[in-house]
Design a protein around this ligand. Structure first.
Ligand code: NDP
Length: 412
């Protein structure tokens, strides 16, 4: 029998035969079984969980939000909350989501661009009807295929771009269904070699912008001049404009916040990451996503990224915890969710840059990492606080020291 044809017990037995699992390891796999999750993927064996926390208060467009975040990184939620605290002092984040469309691509080579362009212009209404007939419910609720454009990719390569309103869904499956239907038309016309049809994750028609204006007092920190902090944040940000090495790291910090909310809201974080990073390189050089500027009194921050998330579809309606998270988020639309996510990314970035240009990132990071370090060397939940206190006083809070301190603690 093939692995994917086995039932859950048979799969576990097959893995056990290959791996020689201990009794407690088998119990772990069993304990985390979920009948719902088993339906969601192929070759299911167990469920993998990550910590979820909440950013308790971020003001966005004058409304207060509590935001669930899923992450394994100790400092992420603390940093987001700290960023939000500063941002709230400046009146909160102001966000806009100008359009919310996904792009499906029909990719054709061996093609004459002008022939395809003319065909698309002349047959636009027919092609739109054809696409919408493939998933009529989306058009019925006001969405669906709205317009079609073409791009000449050179050397006979052409992309026919389908602009699709997916309403409250992220829409990958809907877009793919519509794109394949339209691809069928081009195949029949024999205007080139239709290679494939699929959505693009470079969702440039689902851009969200978030802005903050922070009076210097909002970013004040004991031992530092607030105006100096603002200027150093601007400078730090300018390095990322120039240097992809630094930009990648700054954007990773932004994604600490974005991905954590994308995951908590049951959305596809790979799709969001791919789109965001492509957007960061849209002019040919990979750059930072957030821009910071300042005048004599105020620090200004702005981020624009593609954020095609949904509040229905995919795993969202299936996973009970995701539904609870949507209740915490209290958003009514996919657009509103997208704006919350981008606002959290901006808060995350502010917190990281302020730490970097003042006391350095490790001061705050390591306090939180120490708990993970204690667990990593085998401390029990009861031993963790004692070991963390000892690590705080140690010259080097590294794994070797943690192991040694734990051994000494147990010997006592
Ligand atoms: P679904 O396939 O679940 O489609 C959305 C569903 O939501 C449809 O069944 C739709 O109903 C229903 N729905 C109910 N109310 C609404 C509403 N108001 N607006 C819109 N839809 C509504 O999910 P998506 O198409 O959003 O696809 C997302 C999934 O696709 C994710 O799991 C993602 O991981 C995956 N994916 C991603 C890819 C990528 O990013 N490259 C590629 C392929 C898959 P109805 O059927 O009646 O229209």
């Amino acid at each position: 029998m093939k692995f994917h044809q086995m039932n859950w017990q048979q799969r576990l037995a097959a893995i056990d035969a290959n791996t020689n699992l201990s009794t407690s390891e088998k119990a772990l796999l069993n304990h985390n079984y979920s009948a719902i999750n088993e339906q969601m993927i192929e070759n299911y064996i167990t469920s993998f969980s990550l910590p979820e926390g909440v950013l308790p208060n971020i003001i966005i467009n004058d409304d207060a939000y509590q935001v669930p975040m899923v992450t394994e990184e100790p400092s992420v939620i603390a940093a987001a909350s700290n960023g939000a605290r500063m941002i709230n002092m400046g009146g909160g984040v102001h966000t806009t989501n100008v359009s919310r469309e996904m792009i499906g691509q029909v990719l054709i080579n061996d093609a004459d661009f002008s022939t395809i362009e003319t065909l698309v212009t002349n047959q636009a209404a027919h092609l739109i009807d054809l696409g919408n007939a493939a998933h009529p419910s989306m058009a019925q609720r006001g969405g669906g295929l709205k317009r079609i454009t073409t791009r000449d990719l050179g050397s006979g390569f052409v992309s026919v771009d389908l602009h699709i309103d997916t309403q409250a869904a992220m829409g990958a499956n809907v877009v793919n269904t519509i794109s394949e239907a339209v691809a069928g038309y081009f195949k029949a016309q024999q205007v080139g070699n239709v290679v494939m049809a699929i959505l693009s994750n470079f969702a440039t028609s689902s851009l969200v912008t978030a802005k903050v204006a922070l009076p210097f007092k909002a970013i004040a920190k004991a031992g530092f001049e607030a105006a100096d902090i603002a200027q150093r944040i601007v400078l730090a940000n300018q390095f990322s404009q120039r240097d992809p090495y630094r930009a990648t790291t700054e954007n990773k910090g932004v994604m600490n916040g974005i991905d954590a909310v994308v995951m908590a809201s049951g959305n596809d974080w790979r799709a969001i990451s791919a789109g965001v990073h492509a957007y960061a390189a849209r002019d040919g050089q990979y750059r930072n996503l957030v821009t910071w500027t300042c005048d004599d009194t105020t620090l200004y921050g702005e981020i624009t990224v593609p954020m095609p998330v949904g509040i229905v579809g995919g795993s969202i309606s299936i996973v009970p915890l995701v539904q609870t998270n949507h209740k915490l988020l209290n958003v009514d639309s996919a657009s509103q969710l997208a704006q919350v996510i981008v606002a959290v990314g901006l808060a995350q970035n502010l917190s990281a840059l302020r730490a970097l240009v003042t006391s350095g990132i490790q001061a705050g990071h390591m306090q939180l990492q120490l708990k993970s370090l204690a667990l990593a060397v085998g401390a029990t939940i009861a031993e963790v606080p004692v070991l963390v206190t000892q690590l705080q006083q140690a010259a080097h809070a590294d794994m070797q020291t943690a192991r040694q301190l734990l051994t000494e603690m147990r010997e006592k």
